[in-house]
Design a protein around this ligand. Structure first.
Ligand code: GLA
Length: 726
């Protein structure tokens, strides 16, 4: 049993394999007591009411709690807690107050889905237990159910809240977080992520200081700028030691991930929908459910925290055929030819793919409407017969006959003002009446709060897929939202548009997943602008970044690996000099870096020298051989490219029989690069043989001393494949 409620003490104990999360019901409040290494027994002594009133009022009639100084599980705005709330509402009389007390609880086996939203799932009931704490504001009759799902073996707890208006009139939700956790100290480090297009998920680390530290998005997408995860650690924690706490939101739109150090030296984390710009009208009898927040804790540093998240996301968030099978080695046409192709060119590229052992060719942007650059045609999802006489079918038939599958790019959520669709339906995009519509990349965003628009998107994609021959879809989203209005919704609901948009998008994706279970969907948003757990529920891999430069990717992949599985990161060998940075890197380095993700090529195979062709052939064959270990093995970060002159990592198969390790020198220091890379996660007593050199090492040597990294050439790399021989 992973959830225990003790009615005598009011203690709720949630136990995963390695940690405990303890709460207590007191005077109707749900208090947070403990989150750390596993503990049993009575923890109620951990609650300390210090009576630090300062200027904060006491609660009347209830033991005089100073609400501002006690650790609450789902803090609400309006009474005397003046820290960031999880829930804020406006009542019919205009009062801004929610006062929740526990009125009931139930513990159920298994885990339910969340209607309309992506969520972690269980394969059988025994994997998970769910606690539902029922809370009520007895004045407004607002009921809130707090869901805690414990996936014991995964070391994961998920949380979300369901808000039900049992009152007689309409209320408004002004903020509704998925999870809040109060900590009784502030000596933590915050590991934050930041970025922009082509530089996603770089990492910064700083001590938590007083005040609010917020990563958020109000861009209508989880965004390139911050990703919806928050990690905090005990001071000085590293990959293998110290406490690490993590929160990841399963949502693709506007979010907040906040950690604040407050006046009494306590800290509060709040993760969920971004309250800025949000307001939800909740009529009598209606309910609203927040997205899910996935939480984990490790007492042995970041490596294990990352493992917990990446494992649960790969095995219990991603779905479908491709969850468990190695993804095909693909070649994407974008950097090979951009918009400059016709059927003959594509067929030549496809023929090269067949010769080189590439399993799937993707036709990127430019195959539809009149699209020869990015100024037109989004929304017109019919083949450009001028460029592609005979349509997609001619190409897929040709390639399929040679054993190469075909993939295709869509950007279904968008509409170009210069398109047949826009001329027919100028009101189908997000907009406010009588206001200009800002274009990004010459495009507007379709209004997915509308069912007719969702149906159009679904049908446009489904029609092409139903014609057959397509095994893969790259689903792009190439701008952020502005003027995000939906006139049909009426004036009281305009602040609901962004959330309703995602409900619409998720419903379209769900229908496509159901109708086309054989198709591999890859998410993209100018690279990693929507690399989030929400999208992973529908698409098991994401184009990690539009920056395909191996050296830049080191930081991007490092940051992404903090919570997401390597199998979710699409990574391609691109041309040198690189198209984004002009970096010149050896082929082997580009391969070693791309190998860690779902692997492919982003170059023109018809323009390769014979030597390069051999490299592509060899590397495609190698990935096919070891791709399964890379996707399912445990990934370890060994060097941090943000702070060190190199990057290194390894992936170890579950049975510890294979270890694939990579090293890249990013900054040469003359006479100074004498790195040795200590590996992690091996069997200390086993003997391993390195495939390329034939050298043998004991597991303990590899982990305690490591391997010399004898390259002094900048941007050069080493790939080691170690196989257990004894
Ligand atoms: C985005 C994607 C690229 C490519 C282009 C096509 O930028 O991230 O990979 O598909 O769109 O226009």
């Amino acid at each position: 049993m992973s959830i225990i409620y003790d009615s005598a003490t009011g203690q709720y104990s949630l136990h995963t394999k390695n940690y405990s999360y303890i709460m207590q019901e007191r005077e109707g409040f749900l208090l947070h007591l403990y989150w750390g290494k596993k503990t049993f027994g009575d923890c109620t002594y951990m609650f300390r009411e210090q009576g630090r009133a300062a200027f904060s009022p006491r609660m009347e009639n209830c033991d005089g709690f100073i609400l501002d100084d006690i650790p609450l599980e789902y803090p609400c705005w309006g009474r005397a807690d003046m820290r960031t709330p999880a829930l804020e509402m406006t009542n019919p009389d205009g009062s801004v107050i929610v006062d929740l007390r526990v009125v009931g609880r139930r513990i159920v086996q298994g885990k339910q889905g969340i209607k309309g939203l992506p969520a972690i799932y269980c394969e059988n009931e025994n994997e998970c237990e769910t606690l539902v704490v029922e809370m009520l504001d007895s004045v407004s009759n607002i009921k809130v159910e707090l869901y805690y799902c414990v996936l014991e073996d995964y070391d994961i707890i998920t949380r979300y809240a369901r808000i039900i208006n049992n009152g007689e009139a309409t209320v408004y939700i002004d903020a509704a977080a998925s999870a809040a956790v109060d900590f009784d100290r502030i000596d933590y480090d915050v590991i934050s992520n930041f970025g922009t297009h082509c530089r996603e998920r770089n990492i910064e680390r700083a001590p938590l200081n007083h005040g609010r530290f917020i990563m958020s998005s109000r861009r209508g997408a989880s965004s390139h700028v911050h990703n919806p995860f928050l990690i905090m650690t005990s001071r000085g924690a590293d990959e293998v030691s110290g406490d690490a706490y993590g929160f990841v939101l399963v949502y693709s739109g506007n979010f907040t991930a906040e950690i604040a150090a407050n006046q009494f030296d306590t800290a509060r984390a709040v993760v969920g929908l971004n309250p800025d710009g949000f307001r939800w009208e909740l009529a009598s009898g209606e309910e609203f459910t927040t997205p899910e927040c996935v939480m984990s804790y490790s007492s042995v540093g970041l490596d294990t925290l990352s493992y917990n998240f990446s494992r649960v996301f790969r095995e219990r968030l991603c779905r479908g055929k491709y969850r468990d099978v190695r993804r095909p080695v693909l070649l994407n046409s974008w950097e090979a030819c951009y918009f400059g192709f016709d059927s003959d060119r594509l067929i030549k590229i496809g023929d090269s793919c067949a010769e080189l052992g590439i399993e799937l060719m993707v036709i990127d942007d430019g195959w539809f409407g009149k699209r020869n650059d990015d100024h037109s045609s989004l929304g017109d999802w019919f083949v450009n017969e001028e460029k592609m006489p005979g349509g997609i079918k001619r190409i897929s038939d040709h390639l399929n006959a040679k054993g190469v599958k075909l993939g295709i790019w869509f950007e279904p959520e968008m509409i170009s003002p210069n398109s047949e669709l826009y001329r027919a339906h100028p009101d189908w995009c997000l907009h406010y009446e009588n206001r200009p519509r800002s274009e990004g990349r010459y495009q507007l965003i379709l209004d997915l709060t509308r069912k007719d628009v969702c149906d159009y998107i679904y049908e446009s994609v489904a029609k092409i897929l139903r014609e057959g021959g397509i095994s893969y879809v790259k689903w792009d989203f190439n701008r952020n939202m502005s003027e995000a209005g939906s006139p049909l919704l009426g004036s009281n609901k305009q602040r609901e548009v962004e959330f309703r948009y995602y409900l619409g998008l998720y419903s379209v994706l769900e229908r496509l997943n159901q109708e086309f279970p054989e198709v591999l969907f890859e998410s993209c948003s100018g690279g990693g602008g929507r690399f989030d757990a929400g999208m992973l529920y529908y698409m098991p891999q994401v184009w990690t970044s539009d920056n395909s430069d191996a050296i830049e990717r080191l930081k991007i992949q490092y940051g992404t690996s903090l919570v997401y599985p390597m199998s979710a990161m699409s990574a391609h060998v691109s041309a040198s000099p690189n198209h984004q940075t002009a970096h010149v890197t050896p082929f082997d380095t580009r391969f070693t870096v791309a190998l860690t993700g779902s692997f492919g090529y982003e170059l023109d195979p018809t323009a390769l020298s014979e030597e390069e062709q051999k490299k592509v052939r060899d590397t495609a064959a190698l990935y096919k051989e070891i791709g399964d270990v890379l996707a399912k093995g445990r990934y370890h970060r060994l060097r941090d490219p943000h702070n060190e002159p190199c990057s290194a990592w390894c992936t170890v198969s579950e049975d510890k029989s294979v270890c694939i390790a990579g090293y890249v020198l990013t900054h040469v220091r003359l006479y100074g690069n004498n790195e040795r890379i200590a590996l992690r996660g091996l069997d200390p007593d086993a003997l391993y043989k390195e495939r390329f050199t034939g050298a043998t090492y004991r597991g303990d040597q590899l982990m305690n001393f490591g391997l010399h990294a004898p390259t002094t050439l900048e941007f050069h790399s080493i790939l080691w494949i170690l196989e257990k021989i004894d």
